[in-house]
Ligand binder design. Structure first.
Ligand code: PLP
Length: 388
């Protein structure tokens, strides 16, 4: 059976051209970039080339990019780095309840250490009202962190508006762009952000690498000590093959982005329309337009998301449920609950995320198979009997 992969927001396969670009840096150009001889200098040159590409993707200057081990580290670095470097100025952070756990858990960590965090409300689509951000600012606020797009419901937040508010108030502004940088246009100056997190494995690059954009002049404490790498902002010998891979994947993303946005938006809308037509008691989570081009998230009444995922897997289709951040957790999704869904509706959610290799035939196959799965599960469901 041919597998249909529809979980591109969880991770993507590494593009063959990216793997090819990385290969020599494992075996031939393996030098430590901190050394003076030519092997080391070749590796150093490769890092700087990748840095130029990453900076170019988001309208930044090269020296404003720090390579990290991925989105999680970039988020931790942004929040803890700003908090600890600016604690004399204030101890208040503003964020949202729909952030990725890399932000939410970092905020909880900081709360346990004396920082105060305001979680802005979101509406039924998951949208933040910029005026709520303005009203939440106090003379102790040092940082606002609002994600560019949500990884579960695909909502795209009004980052540029919040950026203007943060700038007027002289407060640092961070955005988690892990689901957007490389997928849709991202420009740090148009968005008005001082810090921006990105990740490689969501955009056809290798896992375990990413970057944090740090606007020149931002006061940030380094989290890693023990070396002078990354202009003393992130100690540790660089992961050269992965950084080269990130550079290559960003180069490809820039070439393909505009075509992919149009193609994926079309497929996404076909899938949404088809599901809403073929399955009753189903609703779309997030906004129909203000959403990532590759994201579909629905709640299906009277069935469990996990059951849909497992049954789709039997049909060779990989999807995920928004009801758990990790498959080992049975907690309903914090993002879906924040939009006002009941725990039952959150448990009945299904996320299908499209990517570079998604075809129209694959979408048709899902539209054929999923209604049958839902009908089968409902026929066995104690939830339906209660609901009737
Ligand atoms: N932020 C968002 C919005 C994400 O979707 C993810 C990954 O799922 C992360 C952060 C973490 O990124 P990484 O897997 O590179 O650590």
């Amino acid at each position: 059976m041919k597998q249909i992969y529809l979980d591109y927001a969880a991770t993507t396969p590494t593009h063959p051209e990216v793997a090819k670009a990385m290969a020599p840096y494992f075996t031939d150009a393996f030098g430590n970039p901190s050394t003076l001889y030519s092997y080391g200098q070749e590796a150093k040159g490769a890092i700087e080339e990748a840095r130029v590409k990453v900076a170019g993707l988001i309208g930044a200057q090269d020296e404003e990019i720090v390579f990290t081990s991925g989105g999680t580290e970039a988020d931790n670095f942004a929040l803890k780095g700003v908090a600890y470097a600016n604690e004399k100025r204030g101890n208040h952070i503003i964020t949202t309840p729909i952030e990725h756990h890399a932000v939410i858990e970092t905020c909880k960590f900081l709360e346990r250490r004396g920082f105060r965090v305001t979680y802005l409300p979101v509406d039924g689509y998951g949208l933040v009202d910029p005026d709520d951000a303005r009203r939440a600012i106090t003379d102790k606020t040092i940082l606002i962190s609002v994600m560019h797009a949500n990884n579960e419901i695909g909502i795209i937040e009004p980052i540029a508006e919040i950026g203007r508010i943060a700038k007027e108030a002289g407060i640092y502004f961070h955005t988690d762009a892990v689901q957007t940088a490389g997928h849709i246009p991202v420009d740090v100056n148009k968005l008005g952000v001082d810090l921006l997190s990105m990740s490689s494995h969501k955009i056809y690059g290798p896992k375990g690498t990413g970057a944090l954009y740090i606007r020149k002049g931002t006061k940030l404490l380094a989290l890693m000590h023990g070396g002078e790498q990354e202009r003393r902002r992130r100690a540790g010998t660089e992961n050269i093959p992965a950084i080269v891979g990130l550079g290559k994947t960003v180069e490809l993303a820039r070439q393909e982005m505009s075509g992919e946005v149009v193609r994926l938006t079309y497929l996404r809308d076909q899938l949404i329309k088809g599901l809403l037509k073929r399955i009753d008691h189903i609703h779309l989570n997030g906004h129909s337009q203000t959403r990532l081009p590759n994201n579909v998230n629905v709640s299906v009444d009277f069935v469990e998301g996990e059951s849909m995922v497992l049954n789709l897997d039997l049909e060779g289709i990989c999807a995920s449920t928004g009801s758990a951040c990790s498959s080992s957790s049975l907690e309903p999704s914090h993002a879906l609950l924040a939009t006002g869904l009941s725990p039952e509706q959150a448990h009945g959610s299904l996320r299908l995320t499209l990517g570079k290799w998604t075809t129209e035939e694959e979408i048709s196959r899902v539209l054929e198979v999923l209604p049958q799965i839902v009908a089968k599960l409902r026929a066995m469901s104690p939830l339906l009997k209660v609901g009737k």
